[in-house]
Design a protein around this ligand. Sequence first.
Ligand SMILES: [Fe+2]
Ligand SMILES: [Fe+2]
Length: 279
Amino acid sequence: MAKSRAKSALTPRGDPVLSSGARGGRAIRWSDWKQGDLEEADRLKAGRSWLTRMKQEHLAVGAFSMLATELAAEGCDPVVLSLLTRAASDEVRHTEICRRMAVELLGPANVPARFRGVPSIPKHEGASEEARNLRHVVEMCCLSETFTGVFLTEMLARMPSGKAGGTPRMAVESLLEDEIDHGRVGWAFLAARAREKRLDGLAEAMPAMLDRTMGWVMDWCESTPEEDSPALEAVGYVGSNSSATIFRRTLRDVIVPGFEACGVSPEPVKTHAAAKGWL
Ligand SMILES: [Fe+2]
Ligand SMILES: [Fe+2]
């Protein structure tokens, strides 16, 4: 069904959003897209998930822009500022990649050309500006981007490898290579703050951050349990049961040890996650 659309799609080389500047991301051959035997219900399910991801990527543009503004005002290592501003630009490209995936699956009439709006960023009432800025970086990078990086890694492992993975695999690879960097900038900033002993109140603020970044997956899994489906995984859709398992493992094996390594007490997070049945 997507053949005519795919043929008429802009090539990455000719698309200013998908290939701008030195960090234009890897080329994605949209014209190679093959729908295969995907059933209608699966096509819609996968398409809607890419549409949701498109919106999340758009919101990440605003989130990184706000982080960059906050840290520019506070003052920080220029490398951190450079990575944050670059991340905002990466997320613009990610939004477009997710839009193209959604268009291939849902058809152009069912996908908006763009979203508008910025995320509502937690205010952390009562915290100093410096403590609030740290919490924003930790929530966005150490939590959200780290979860996303591991999730996309797992998604990629479930897709057909090499050329057989086709366009969806290229799209996920393109997203993944940036998301890993987006997580790293947070861990580097946190480590620097830990060395300076400027972590005030972070450990205690973590449970609420975890609810915002992980809670939705656990709620989704509980309300709509889904088994794995290779046909869906081939187009970048991981079912709710496996998604929840991936998030749980990431919390246990990456995030909790990461905070411990930075000298942030993991106890509030561990207690909270255990009470919720996430650990
Ligand atoms: Fe992204
Ligand atoms: Fe990202």
